[in-house]
Design a protein around this ligand. Structure first.
Ligand code: URA
Length: 214
């Protein structure tokens, strides 16, 4: 590819990214004008990042501050990065769904898993993120991003129980990259039996990340 066509390809992706963000903002304004539910939290990090890390959706703290993985989950993520032996700044960090999906009751507002329709609606933006960053390694945290990435690939997703901690090659629109599915960092809080498995997966990611440097 010539430098000129590479640049125009990147510009087209930037344009698609901007349009998709604007589409989401317009939808957000139309669908849920009230409350924090539809405040958007976009991905952050260097566009040239080698690692693309994809979570499920922002929580309350992320929505308040406008950045992904800054609340309790952010602390867990930072600990995970330490185990990988890389800095958070080495990755582009995003979520499949860019707003906090919630269940409202009279007394509380609680997080919920995004609906399949919400994941489907979020795929165009996730795809432009992925294509514009063209990472060497994608890390998915939990089931929702694993399913979303396989939806982009056009394949049935494996279960997280069978795919976690293993590397596979995937291809999306001519971009071939490696994927390592991981459990969500919060999973170990709810299921202590997963803690050891998650440690092993993190060590594996550490070895993969360092092989990317060669
Ligand atoms: N959990 C996620 O998956 N993403 C966030 O941004 C925060 C918590």
């Amino acid at each position: 590819m010539t430098m000129q066509s590479e640049t125009s390809g990147r510009c087209a992706l930037e344009e698609a990214y901007t349009q998709e963000r604007e589409r989401l903002f317009a939808l957000a304004a139309k669908d849920e004008p009230q409350g924090e539910y539809r405040k958007l939290v976009f991905g952050e990090g260097a566009r040239g990042a080698r690692i693309l890390l994809i979570g499920e959706a922002p929580g309350a703290e992320e929505t308040k501050l406008g950045h992904p993985f800054v609340g309790k989950a952010g602390k867990q993520l930072d600990a995970l990065f330490c185990r990988f032996g890389v800095m958070r700044e080495d990755a582009f960090i995003t979520n499949v769904v860019k707003y906090r999906p919630v269940i409202r009751s009279e007394k509380s507002v609680r997080n919920r898993t995004p609906l399949p329709t919400e994941v489907k609606a979020a795929l165009p933006l996730l795809k432009t993120e992925l294509l514009s960053i063209a990472p060497k390694l994608i890390l998915t945290l939990g089931n929702t991003p694993l399913k979303a990435v396989f939806a982009l690939v056009g394949q049935k997703p494996p279960s997280i129980g069978s795919a976690h901690g293993q590397m596979q090659k995937i291809e999306i629109e001519g971009i071939t990259t490696s994927l390592v599915p991981l459990y969500h960092p919060a999973s170990g809080i709810y299921n202590r039996a997963l803690v050891e498995v998650m440690e092993q997966d993190a060590a594996f990611v550490g070895s993969v990340v360092h092989s990317l440097e060669d």
